[in-house]
Design a protein around this ligand. Structure first.
Ligand SMILES: Cc1cc2nc3c(=O)[nH]c(=O)nc-3n(C[C@H](O)[C@H](O)[C@H](O)COP(=O)(O)OP(=O)(O)OC[C@H]3O[C@@H](n4cnc5c(N)ncnc54)[C@H](O)[C@@H]3O)c2cc1C
Length: 328
């Protein structure tokens, strides 16, 4: 197929419909697929449950020159009320393969996980088997793919600490390729992939799909791992609000905490429309029920401007603003 054709969303829809039948949906409301519970429709929506499907749908979108967006659990994004143009691919590829090792003393246990595996479920599954390394992930909603992109982490650990390598697919090159952890250039909630995504939004980037990841673990007793996870969960319950959110809205600036700055700026509990800066934790913005994405966008701007004016500190979003924001 000609890869230099003009965008053809109808052609893509027809081809995906012929291939996937009723699994292809149109105008799917994204508020149902994001933890913040906001977001307008995806023009086209497909759930991929195998890596072959993930690759196939990505290639088709690429060939028809239609934008494709990879969605994990939607736990780190604010999707616009206008939604997302093009194809949204929900990733539910969930195979887990344990690699057998001859000598676990010099060679720790490894596991290969597909990118749609849910992080806290994996942490529990590993704990049952006495495999340590993902305890921090117990309260971090999302998929392995999202965690590889964001360098998700908590309590001083992150993906960068257990990732050995990850397999990426590039529709431009039609290539599947494994990259060692150093390739990802991890920092605090940042990675080469996240930066490439930002570049793509400006129109000059390269598109990658995370297919699977190899993690290195260590052996401990299941009870010890589960106790640690229970302690982390209790800490979250004591400090973080329940309800619909994206976790931390902003990254902590060097040497300080975004939540402290927003609270000191007097914004804790501030509400715009249905979006509120949580009275429990000022870096958590929660949906009180009927919030629009635009309410959150206004609240983000207010927090940034107030903190800048009060402390001369620029707060950087930890989450991504996704979709069609028009001129806003
Ligand atoms: C209550 C709550 C608590 C949280 N606590 C934490 C925390 O302690 N630490 C932390 O780090 N985060 C935290 N988060 C944020 C969130 O859990 C993480 O950012 C998580 O890694 C997001 O994963 P996801 O699958 O939902 O990614 P999504 O939000 O679906 O996607 C995020 C980005 O990754 C891209 N992406 C996803 N999958 C792929 C793929 N397979 N290939 C290519 N690109 C992909 C998406 O296109 C998007 O750009 C919290 C969120 C909530 C709601």
């Amino acid at each position: 197929m000609n890869s230099h054709r003009s965008p053809d969303a109808r052609g893509l829809a027809d081809t995906l419909s012929a291939r996937f039948g009723q699994r292809l949906r149109r105008d799917e409301p994204l508020a149902e697929h994001t933890t913040l519970r906001v977001g307008g429709p995806a023009d086209l929506w497909l759930t991929a449950s195998t890596l072959d499907e993930l690759v196939e749908a990505t290639v088709l979108a690429w060939e028809y020159q239609v934008p494709v967006f990879l969605l994990g659990s939607g736990a780190n994004m604010l999707v616009s009320d206008r939604g997302i143009r093009g194809l949204v691919l929900q990733n539910r590829c969930q195979q887990v393969t344990f690699l057998r090792r001859e000598d676990e003393v010099s060679d720790p246990p490894h596991v290969i996980v597909e990118s749609g595996v849910i992080l806290p479920s994996l942490a529990h599954r590993l704990a049952h088997q006495g495999l340590s390394g993902l305890e921090w992930a117990v309260g971090v909603p999302g998929t392995i793919g999202g965690a590889v992109v964001n360098n998700a982490g908590a309590y001083g650990s992150s993906m960068a600490d257990c990732l050995v390598r990850a397999e990426l697919y590039s529709p431009a090159d039609r290539r599947r390729e494994w990259h060692l952890v150093n390739w990802f250039e991890y920092g605090y909630r940042s990675s080469r992939l996240k930066r490439l995504g930002t570049a793509r939004a400006r129109g000059n980037g390269k598109h990658f799909v995370v297919l699977q990841a190899e993690l290195a673990l260590s052996r401990k007793s299941p009870a010890e791992i589960e106790n640690q996870m229970a302690a982390y969960s209790a800490r979250r319950r004591a400090t973080q609000p329940p309800g619909a959110s994206v976790g931390s809205m902003f990254k902590n600036p060097p040497g300080d905490y975004a939540g402290r700055l927003i609270e000191e700026a007097g914004l804790k509990g501030t509400q715009i429309g249905g979006a509120q800066i949580s009275p429990v934790h000022a870096n958590f913005f929660v949906n009180c029920g009927e919030a629009k994405a635009a309410d959150f966008a206004k609240l983000i701007d207010l927090a940034r401007q107030t903190v800048k004016a009060r402390f001369d500190i620029e707060l950087e979003l930890e989450i991504e603003r996704i979709g069609d924001w028009g001129n806003g």
